[in-house]
Design a protein around this ligand. Structure first.
Ligand code: URA
Length: 424
């Protein structure tokens, strides 16, 4: 049956379910340029307003996967991947990938760069002297076999329909549609070819999903798509109302991850790393205790091999920002709030993140949170350290950070770091 863009738009505008044929045609025709941007904008808005059910969303995902390459990253051990919806101080991929590899799985982590207030895994790793993000498919497969873990840039041939549609959604107020977010994330992850996937769906001020209700809906949609594609999938719903760990930036997040891999580091980073590792290993069918492997130093050894395999020196000094300033407590009392979004924006303003895709990032910039909510502080006590190479950025960063620090407010019970687990 032949289709037209106007018929598909009208169907969704009027609240109808799109047929498999309509979905396949519109995604393919848009990728080829036959459906114009303004038509896809109208359709994306109709989807934003009227939604797509689980079967439509699964079909949409299938069509986006079919627009590009599908990788086969199978090696001689089970492959298992992890995706986070992004948060402030979320450096978990760094300790997690070598930890799960040290436990016996193969972990391909095709990652991206940061945009806005959440950092990108590649930006963090690029602060390690010599480390290379761009690998060929042969290099990825060889490293997966020899080291067990690869964190590198996603190849450009994966889900090109998503790249085009995501850029359009960004400028048409349609990013927040759950079926479009879920199909965007899963089309790339399924095209990467892992057997199993653990999703870290973050909820709170520093996350993409600000409410638990929306985060749950996204987690369910992601898991349903995975199941529809025959993948083993689990989603953890995790708190992102305060930053993860103390470090928010690039080099400082690498250093904190290395602390975790050496058996130290902040409790929340260790807790989430181990919780995600347990889920990944369960899906991979590997009965090994990740907490024991982390404590044994084996995960650090795998990290060092992973960094060396990509040209980096795991023992090299990490870059340090040229300027440091300290935010002090204005009065005695209890720190009752440290808003993740404010800390993320402050780090971004200091140069750790970028406003446009082509902007550079500063390796040493960022914020170190010295106190977490619930702690007693005295007037003048340092609460956070701010780092940058561009000191003119301090004023705006201080203003943002002060807006996110609450002293002596209402004491609210903090939610657990892992709020819930949603299984496929
Ligand atoms: N991340 C993605 O990859 N896609 C979205 O639509 C939103 C976040």
């Amino acid at each position: 049956m032949s289709h037209t863009a106007v018929d598909v738009i009208r169907a969704k505008r009027d609240g109808l379910r799109l047929t498999d044929g309509q979905v396949d045609w519109v995604v393919d025709a848009y990728t080829r340029g036959e459906v114009a941007d303004e038509q896809m904008s109208a359709l994306a808005m109709a989807i934003f307003l009227n939604g797509m059910d689980a079967a439509e969303t699964a079909r949409w995902t299938r069509a986006m996967i079919a627009s590009g390459d599908v990788l086969d990253l199978r090696v001689d051990r089970p492959t298992v991947d992890k995706h986070s919806t992004g948060g402030v101080g979320d450096k978990i991929t760094l300790p997690l990938a070598p930890l799960v590899a040290a436990c016996g799985a193969a972990v391909p982590q095709l990652s991206g760069r940061g945009l806005g207030h959440t950092g990108g895994t590649l930006d963090k790793l690029e602060s390690i002297p010599g480390w290379r993000a761009q690998l060929s498919l042969d290099e990825i497969t060889a490293q997966l076999g020899s080291v067990g873990a690869v964190v590198c840039a996603a190849t450009t041939g994966l889900a090109p329909a998503d790249r085009k549609l995501y850029a359009l959604r960004d400028v048409t107020g349609t990013v927040e549609a759950i079926p479009l977010i879920a199909s965007s994330i899963m089309s790339k992850k399924i095209a990467e070819g892992a057997d199993a996937l653990v999703l870290d769906v973050k909820v709170g001020s520093g996350a993409f999903m600000k409410t638990e209700e929306r985060a749950r809906a996204l987690a369910r949609a992601l898991v349903d798509i995975g199941v529809d594609h025959g993948r083993k999938v689990t989603a953890l719903l995790t708190d992102m109302s305060v930053p993860l760990g103390a470090a928010v930036g690039n080099a400082i997040e690498v250093a904190e991850s290395v602390d975790v891999l050496r058996g130290g580091g902040p409790e929340d980073v260790v807790e989430l790393t181990v919780a995600l590792a347990r889920e990944m290993l369960a899906l991979a069918g590997i009965d090994v205790d990740p907490a024991r492997v982390l404590a044994s130093g084996e995960a650090y050894e795998t990290w060092a091999r992973m960094i060396r395999a990509q040209g980096g020196d795991p023992e090299a000094e990490l870059p340090v920002a040229k300027h440091t300033r300290v935010l002090e407590a204005a009065e005695d009392g209890v720190l009752t709030g440290l808003d993740a979004y404010a800390v993320g924006v402050a780090a971004w303003r200091l140069g750790a993140g970028r406003a446009r895709k082509e902007d550079p990032v500063q390796a040493g910039a960022g914020v170190r949170c010295l106190v977490k909510p619930g702690a007693a502080v005295s007037a003048g006590q340092p609460i956070a350290e701010l780092y940058t190479d561009t000191p003119e950025a301090f004023d705006a960063a201080f203003e943002t950070l002060r807006g996110g620090v609450e002293l002596n407010g209402e004491v609210t019970e903090r939610s657990a770091l892992v709020i819930d687990t949603i299984r496929g």
